[in-house]
Design a binder for this molecule. Structure first.
Ligand code: CDT
Length: 309
C-alpha cells in the first residue's frame, strides 16, 4: 500500500477587499484541521489567494497586476509554507503568476513536505473571452488576463507516487487527463472557481453544472485509472455564486468524499496509490489497447471539420 492521506481544502468566498493576509490565515486554519486529521497532503483551490478576479473587467494594467504574485513564496504567503513544513505536510494551491518577463499565467504548484516546489503547472485551457461582453450575465475574462500555459501537463514523483496538476476548466477536457495518464499519473489535483449559473444560458442551474463537473472528473479518473481531487472555491463572491461540491474520486471513477457546504471545509480521505494499478494493467493498459494510428486528428486539428455533403 502507498497511502496518501489527502485533505481537500475547499474555500468559501473571498471578497474583492479581502487581503492575502486574511486568506492565508484561513488557509492555515484549514491546515491546522488537516494536521489534527493526520493529513499529509492538503489540496487548495484555483487562484486560492484572491477573489476570482477574472469576473471583473479591468483596463488598467497596474490594477490587473495587483492580483498577481511575482514571487513564490513571497513574504505574505511564507507563513503558509512555514506551517506546512513544520507539519511535514505537502500542499498544492493555485495563484496568479506574473513572471520576470512580464507573462501572466493561471498557475498551480505542488510543494513537498520539505517546502520545495516539486511541481508547477500553468493552466492550458483558458475559458471565457478577452473583451467586455455585454451579452453575458457576468464576465469571465481569463483570456484577457492570462496566457495559455507553456509547460504542458507535467507529472512528477513525490509522496512515493506520480502526481499531476490541472486547473478548473482543464478538468472538462479528456486530453488533460490522458496526457498525464500516458505518464503514469496516480493522482491529479485541481482547483476550480465555477459559477453556479451559466452566464450565457440562464436556465442552466447549479444541479446540471455540478453534474457536469462530477461527470468529467469521474470519467477522467476512471479512464486513466488515477485518483482525482477536485477542490472548489465556493459561495457568494463579489455578489456572484460559485458552487462547492469538492470531491475526491477513486481510480474506479467513484466519489469517495464530497463537500457539504459552500464554506471553508476540509474533506479527508486516505487514498492508496496502489489502487491505480489494476485499471492501468487491464482495461486501461494503454500500450496494449490504444490505437494511436487512428487518433491523429486529436493533435492535428483544434476545431470541427464537417464531412462534405
Ligand atoms: N475558472 C474556470 O475555469 N471556470 C470555468 C467556468 C467557465 S464559464 C466561462 C469552468 O470550466 O468551470
Amino acid at each position: 500500500m502507498r497511502e496518501v492521506r489527502v485533505g481537500a481544502a475547499q474555500m468559501g468566498p473571498i471578497q474583492k477587499g479581502d487581503s492575502r493576509k486574511i486568506v492565508v490565515a484561513r488557509m492555515i486554519n484549514l491546515m491546522e484541521q488537516a494536521k489534527v486529521a493526520d493529513v499529509n497532503f492538503i489540496v487548495y483551490t484555483e487562484l486560492a489567494l484572491t477573489t476570482f478576479f477574472p469576473r471583473h473587467f479591468m483596463k488598467d494594467q497596474d490594477a490587473v497586476n495587483s492580483w498577481f504574485e511575482t514571487e513564490m513564496p513571497n513574504s505574505t504567503i511564507l507563513p503558509l509554507f512555514e506551517r506546512a513544513k513544520a507539519y511535514g505536510m505537502a500542499m498544492s494551491f493555485g495563484y496568479a503568476e506574473l513572471t520576470s518577463e512580464g507573462q501572466h499565467f493561471n498557475t498551480s504548484i505542488h510543494v513537498d513536505k520539505m517546502g520545495e516546489i516539486v511541481g508547477k503547472y500553468r493552466k492550458v485551457h483558458l475559458p471565457g473571452h478577452s473583451d467586455f461582453d455585454p451579452e453575458r450575465a457576468f464576465q469571465h475574462l481569463e483570456k484577457r488576463y492570462f496566457l495559455p500555459g507553456d509547460l504542458g501537463f507535467p507529472v512528477y514523483r513525490t509522496l512515493d507516487g506520480i502526481f499531476g496538476l490541472c486547473i478548473c476548466n482543464d478538468r472538462r477536457w479528456p486530453e488533460t487527463y490522458r496526457t498525464m495518464g500516458l505518464q503514469g499519473v496516480e493522482m491529479i489535483t485541481l482547483g476550480y472557481n465555477t459559477p453556479s449559473t451559466n452566464s450565457q444560458k440562464s436556465v442552466e442551474g447549479v444541479e446540471k453544472r455540478m453534474f457536469h463537473s462530477e461527470l468529467v472528473m469521474q470519467s477522467g479518473a476512471y479512464q486513466n485509472s488515477t485518483w482525482v481531487v477536485g477542490v472548489a472555491k465556493a459561495g457568494k463572491e463579489d455578489g456572484h455564486s460559485l458552487f462547492g461540491g469538492s470531491i475526491i474520486v477513486n481510480p474506479d471513477g467513484e466519489i469517495v468524499a464530497k463537500a457539504k457546504t459552500e464554506e471553508d471545509e476540509l474533506l479527508v480521505y486516505t487514498c492508496d496509490l496502489d489502487d491505480t494499478k489494476f485499471g492501468k494493467k487491464t482495461i486501461f493498459d494503454f500500450s496494449r489497447h490504444r490505437r494511436i494510428e487512428h487518433y491523429k486528428l486529436i493533435t492535428s486539428q483544434a476545431g470541427v471539420v464537417l464531412p462534405e455533403g
